[in-house]
Design a protein around this ligand. Structure first.
Ligand code: UD1
Length: 425
């Protein structure tokens, strides 16, 4: 991905050492909002969404939809999308390169518009990330798909229901195919489907729009195609990764926080690891209360598809292990190159040894502030967590990554008593 001019990018200055304390509200989930906003492409009536987070990625997706002739009304966390008149079915390279999730327009456009032309996402900082399963699934539903001049071009007069078994668990792949299948002729069965809560949230939204879906949230999803979907209202689920990130930040700083508007049941594996690290965690309806111990115990973990430990929380837990008592191993099984944050954490004094997809972390008594560079969204979050506990000042460069996925990060941290400051160019 070409990088914006560094001199013009915001930075985050953190003075470490303050235990986080207080209460904040968790925002709507980025990874639910992106597919769910694309679902509006499937129908000709307006669809209204609540709890939409104000994020760079959401803005990018809305800009992409508007480029296709979709009408968007946006007020606070409420977004109404009217895809009654589609003028275009192209997702150009310039937009897809800034956000891979743009691939989520492929299924809905092919199903509703009969054609789509979506730039092939390239590799990214965390790995190659192919989209072959999205393509194979659409082909199984009878679409003609060609990849030419860097674009996926799909067409179909009407998709047909099919049995699809994906080679690996893919979250956006499952979502793309589930959306496409809603308007297909006959029944589609997706096996080895992603069980992530965001897939279930998308299914809830599609069901409110008139789709016939069962099994979403399990690894077999059945979709009985219908001829049309209708307008609806849907509230986006809370962001489990944002929740986990603030819990880690509170844990590392020896703090005590209450997170409201969240859904503890969507992050059982993360909460279990925080308890193993020595935190006291209390979950009540839609809030989570965490009290950190005087010093955390290092926790080993292995990332895997839901309901196991999420790859999107791996970097934050590496930061936690960096200052915990003892040693831990972290095994990354989803993305092949997702340890970029380790090198930056080492610049803060962390003791990390990488061997292939395994990281060995030995906790140190203290980290020291330094200038570090964010390489991707969750890597940036790990640097923030490390900066909050490091001695002295940490300056994080390239925080546009954080703005892609964390709503009002600096304000929320400040509300919890962190000494953070966004430094404008
Ligand atoms: C989604 C999330 C991302 C999270 C990831 C894994 C969104 C918008 N993003 O990304 O935050 O880190 O799930 O939980 O929801 N793969 C293939 N071929 C495919 C599709 C995937 O080989 O056609 C591979 C990928 O390279 C990766 C693995 O499958 O190694 C899982 O990727 P996938 O679940 O598709 O990730 P995303 O949906 O892109």
């Amino acid at each position: 991905m070409p990088l914006p001019d560094q001199g013009k990018m915001d930075k985050l200055l953190i003075e470490g050492g303050s235990p986080l304390a207080g209460e904040i509200t968790i925002s709507g989930a980025k990874n639910a909002a992106l597919p769910i906003l694309c679902a509006a492409l499937l129908c000709t009536e307006p669809v209204t969404f609540a709890n939409v987070p104000q994020l760079k990625d959401v803005a990018t997706l809305l800009a992409l939809l508007m480029r296709m002739g979709v009408k968007v009304e946006h007020e606070g966390d409420i977004v109404t999308i009217d895809a009654g008149q589609l003028s275009d079915s192209v997702a150009p390279y310039e937009m897809v390169k800034t956000m891979r999730a743009s691939i989520l327009v492929l299924g809905p456009l092919t199903a509703r518009y009969g054609e789509a032309s979506v730039s092939l996402p390239g590799g990214c900082a965390i790995g190659a990330r192919p989209v072959d399963q999205h393509i194979k699934g659409l082909q199984a539903m009878g679409a003609n798909v060609d990849v030419e001049h860097g674009y996926i071009r799909a067409s179909a007069s009407r998709l047909k229901g099919a049995r699809i078994v994906t080679d690996m668990v893919t979250v956006t792949g499952t979502e793309n195919l589930m959306m496409a299948a809603c308007l297909a002729d006959g029944e589609t069965i997706i096996e080895n489907a992603a069980c992530e809560p965001e897939v279930a949230d998308l299914a809830n939204c599609l069901t409110a729009m008139g789709a016939k879906i069962s099994g979403a949230g399990s690894d077999v999803i059945r979709i009985e195609g219908v001829s049309r979907l209708h307008g609806a209202r849907h509230r986006i689920m809370p962001d489990r990764i944002e929740t986990g990130t603030y819990l880690c930040a509170a844990a590392v700083t020896g703090g005590q926080v209450r997170l409201t508007g969240t859904q503890a049941s969507s992050l059982d594996a993360v909460i279990a690891k925080l308890i193993e690290a020595g935190c006291a965690v209390r979950c009540e309806s839609d809030n989570i209360h965490l009290t950190a111990p005087r010093r955390l115990t290092a926790v080993s973990l292995r990332t895997a598809p839901y309901p196991a430990f999420p790859t999107d929380m791996q970097a934050q837990f590496m930061a936690l292990d960096c200052v915990a008592d003892g040693a831990a191993t972290i095994r990354e099984t989803i993305f092949e190159n997702r340890f970029m944050h380790a090198i930056e954490l080492q610049r803060l004094g962390a003791d990390i040894h990488i061997d292939g997809n395994m990281a060995m972390v030995r906790g140190v008594e203290r980290l020291q502030g330094a200038t570090v560079m964010a390489t991707d969204l969750r890597a940036s979050a790990s640097l923030v967590i490390a900066g909050l506990v490091a001695e002295g000042e940490t300056m994080i460069e390239r925080i546009y990554h954080l703005d892609r996925g964390y709503e009002h990060l600096d304000e929320k941290l400040a509300a919890l008593g962190a000494k953070v400051q966004r430094v404008k160019p």
